[in-house]
Structure formats: structure tokens, C-alpha cells
Design a protein. Structure first.
Length: 189
């Protein structure tokens, strides 16, 4: 298999939500330090992968090569509205085939959501970067992973063989931090 690193990225509220009840990331979950961390990570990635309702909405977004998961196509196709994007139906084609179609045979692949997309890669992440906003609560919001809030995001990551590394503060005024969860037995970069 080609040398591909799979990394996940999400910021969650204290209750493990990535969006509000309307499935929109609210302003209270947006912090400058986390935005800078996320943007820098995506600038380094060779490929971004997300569902059709997820996007990073940043100045560099149109320049990034990406795979968009959708059930609206047969298997794999170019995105007619974005020459840097590949559309992928995971029910009809493998992840490796989608990466090959996108022209990414090695490097870092950044998974940015939503919940079903994150779940597809739970047993394949090399690192999952979990940002947390401990003072934000989103009642009836959209959980970051299937199984939240019955289990915390941390419990779900641990159940899939990932182990927390040292947290880094991204916004000290709001106690926002990011923790790398790495596959057990891997050497950290």
C-alpha cells in the first residue's frame, strides 16, 4: 500500500458536539488559535477528505486537492464545479481507488468530517487532532462521532486504539486546546 498518513481534525464543545442542532458550526465554537492550527495543518496536507456538507471555508480552500464523499455518483468522478476535487461514493469504490483517482499516491490525508466520515476512518487514523472548547455547550447539537454523547470523544478514540499525547493550548483566554491522539505503537512525528 502507498505511504499515506491519515489524520483527523475536529473541534468539539464540552459535550462532544461539532455543530449546533441545525448542523452548523456556530460562532461560539470558532477560536482564532484553533483556526490558525487547522489552516496550517490543511496547508501541509496533500489531500483533504470530507463529506459534502463539510468544508473548511478558508482563503486557501479552493487551492487544496480534495475528495468529497457523496452517494450521488456511481463510484468516483471529477467534481464538475471544482477541478481540484474528486467525488467518491465509498459504497462503490475503495478509499485507495479514490486517492489514486485524485492523484495522491502518498503523503498526508486530512479527514475533516462530518461524523459519518470520521467514523469510516476510526481504525485507520495515524493521528487524530481533537481540539476542545471546554466552556462551550451545544445542547441537541451534532456529535463529532457516532456514539457521542453516550461515550465521550476521548473514549471513542481510545476504543479504536488511539492514545492521547500532550495537549497544547490554542486559546488561553478560553482554555481551548488540541490533543494529538496517536495510534498505539507509532512513533510521533
Amino acid at each position: 500500500m502507498p505511504d499515506r498518513r491519515i489524520e483527523g481534525y475536529v473541534i468539539v464543545s464540552a459535550d462532544g458536539m461539532l455543530a449546533n442542532a441545525a448542523h452548523v458550526m456556530p460562532d461560539e465554537l470558532k477560536f482564532e488559535g484553533d483556526k490558525q492550527f487547522f489552516n496550517a495543518a490543511l496547508d501541509r496536507a496533500d489531500l483533504i477528505l470530507h463529506g459534502r456538507h463539510s468544508h473548511e471555508d478558508q482563503p486557501n480552500s479552493p487551492r487544496r486537492r480534495r475528495i468529497i464523499l457523496t452517494r450521488r455518483i456511481t463510484a468516483i468522478a471529477p467534481d464538475p464545479s471544482n477541478r481540484k476535487a474528486t467525488l467518491w461514493n465509498p459504497a462503490a469504490a475503495s478509499f485507495e481507488a479514490a486517492c489514486d483517482f485524485a492523484g495522491v499516491h502518498s503523503g498526508t490525508i486530512a479527514i475533516i468530517g462530518g461524523p459519518a466520515v470520521f467514523a469510516m476512518f476510526m481504525d485507520r487514523y495515524d493521528t487524530f487532532w481533537l481540539s476542545q472548547a471546554p466552556h462551550v455547550r451545544l445542547p441537541d447539537g451534532e456529535p463529532c462521532f457516532p456514539g457521542v454523547p453516550a461515550r465521550s470523544p476521548q473514549q471513542i478514540l481510545a476504543a479504536h486504539g488511539l492514545k492521547a499525547g500532550e495537549a497544547r493550548i490554542l486559546d488561553s483566554a478560553n482554555d481551548v486546546s488540541v490533543t494529538p491522539w496517536r495510534r498505539v505503537g507509532q512513533i510521533s512525528p
